[in-house]
Design a binder for this molecule. Structure first.
Ligand SMILES: [Fe+2]
Ligand SMILES: [Fe+2]
Length: 174
């Protein structure tokens, strides 16, 4: 059984984001179910998808007054970096690192989706952002100041960043 399965708790009521998140869950399940011969290719597929997934959210944030170095985008950056490091380690023969990282991602993803992504989805709905066209239908709802946090009350900025770096890096360093 996959370590992470889709559930209503992951639904953020933003169709494009939810579709992408469902795909992420499916691709992570493929990594989970892969034998050694297919582990790197399934990881590569997850990595490619995650680059698009995070890139899409980062672009939405850029379009709606988030600062470039906001903590949500920084978390994306750290996670992608760790995933890329995992691939390099696997190419050097350490397949176990990918299996450990997949377990960590299964724990990390619901937390990320239910905090940072949920806050972003709420923000995007508030400003009337059309994810398909990039149009902001309620520009007056945009904040005057650039957003540096994740846009939600749960944002712990540096603390969150450090924690994720810690959690996701751990398997790579064992
Ligand atoms: Fe996401
Ligand atoms: Fe995100």
């Amino acid at each position: 059984m996959a370590q992470l399965e889709w559930s209503d708790a992951l639904n953020l009521d933003l169709p494009l984001m939810d579709d992408t998140h469902r795909e992420f869950v499916d691709l992570l399940a493929a990594v989970d179910g892969a034998d050694d011969a297919h582990l790197q290719s399934t990881w590569q597929a997850l990595l490619d998808h995650t680059e698009q997934h995070f890139g899409q959210e980062d672009a939405w944030m850029q379009s709606t007054r988030f600062a470039a170095g906001n903590c949500h985008s920084m978390q994306h950056k750290v996670v992608l970096q760790v995933m890329r490091e995992g691939l390099v380690r696997a190419q050097q023969g350490d397949l176990q690192v990918l299996r450990m990282m997949a377990s960590e991602l299964a724990l990390w993803f619901p937390q990320h989706a239910q905090s940072m992504d949920a806050a972003l989805a709420l923000h995007l709905r508030r400003v009337g952002f059309d994810a398909a066209t990039g149009v902001v239908r309620a520009p007056r709802a945009l904040p005057e100041e650039l957003i540096h946090g994740c846009g939600g009350a749960t944002c712990g900025d540096a603390a969150t960043h450090a924690q994720v770096a810690d959690e996701t890096r751990q398997p790579a360093l064992v």
